[in-house]
Design a protein around this ligand. Structure first.
Ligand SMILES: Cc1cc2nc3c(=O)[nH]c(=O)nc-3n(C[C@H](O)[C@H](O)[C@H](O)COP(=O)(O)O)c2cc1C
Length: 262
């Protein structure tokens, strides 16, 4: 659906027309933009976001807020922040307040998605006891499916000995899920999870991608049942999170970027 225009607010600058992916907004004689009836609109929201006077809205409910203060970060600050983000595998025995997580997800929801469809939903396992139960089910799956000499035996064997190498004793975990038949959702979920992962240190938190857990959640019916995702949904990724127990003092070695210029 093309956006709704409030002519009384429109400054007739034509910016909405210029940024529209399909060039939908044509300027009428009176300088006001007009969106053709029935035209395919991506609902990317760029016309709304670029409008200097809040004249456009998707629902007619008014303009979204302008950029909050602090929207700009220096390259030095960004580089330092992104390089110092670590996978956290040791957590304090301290719960993260739900309001903090809500604040983080209010940032993460601005991650880009294909065609701005925003198909990713979140399951937040806040109860630490439930995290342990789910981890036990993931260990069951590995025990049942891994060959006797497989490297994967390490994980259920450690679990049986009281060591959690699957979810690292994290107090909470978050599963990004979406419709299994949505061919674009996998990329959207990865981007959303990467935003979440990157947001955590700003709140004094840390996370770790849990690929092993996601594999179990996608394949093991008892774990899938315990997660209770909506019908037709599948898990695309899992992030463990909590307060880090240890501080890092430097960055693990990384390769130089493999770059080819044309
Ligand atoms: C898709 C993905 C899945 C991962 N799965 C696991 C996992 O199951 N267990 C784990 O301990 N770390 C997991 N990791 C963390 C990586 O091992 C880690 O990112 C890598 O060693 C680099 O360390 P850094 O994140 O501290 O820079 C995963 C990372 C990614 C991106």
């Amino acid at each position: 659906m093309p956006p709704v225009l409030d002519p009384s607010l429109c400054q007739r600058c034509g910016m909405c027309s210029r940024v529209c992916v399909f060039g939908l907004a044509d300027t009428c004689d009176d300088g006001l933009p007009s969106f053709p009836d029935g035209a395919f609109c991506l609902e990317c929201g760029h016309c709304i976001a670029v409008c200097p006077s809040g004249a456009l809205s998707i629902t007619g409910a008014g303009a979204p807020p302008a950029f909050p203060a602090g929207g700009n970060v220096s390259p030095e600050a960004l580089g330092g922040y992104m390089r110092s983000r670590r996978s956290i595998r040791h957590y304090q025995e301290k719960s993260v307040d739900r309001r903090v997580l809500e604040e983080i997800f209010d940032i993460v929801r601005f991650a880009p998605t294909a065609a701005n469809r925003q198909p990713v939903e979140w399951l937040i396992v806040h109860d630490t006891g439930t995290v342990r139960t789910l981890t036990g089910l993931a260990a069951d799956w590995m025990r049942e499916t891994a060959g006797r000499d497989s490297l994967y035996r390490t994980f259920p064997d450690a679990w049986d000995e009281g060591r959690d190498l699957i979810c690292h004793g994290a107090p909470h975990l978050v599963v990004a899920h979406a419709r299994a038949d949505d061919t674009l959702a996998s990329g959207d979920a990865m981007i959303a999870l990467a935003h979440l992962d990157l947001a955590l240190p700003a709140f004094g938190l840390g996370g770790c991608w849990a690929g092993l857990f996601t594999g179990a959640a996608a394949s093991y019916p008892p774990l899938a049942e315990a997660l209770g995702l909506p019908e037709g949904h599948r898990p695309f990724g899992t992030l463990l999170l909590g307060y880090p127990k240890y501080a890092y003092t430097s960055v693990p070695p990384r390769k130089q970027p493999a770059m080819r210029w044309l």
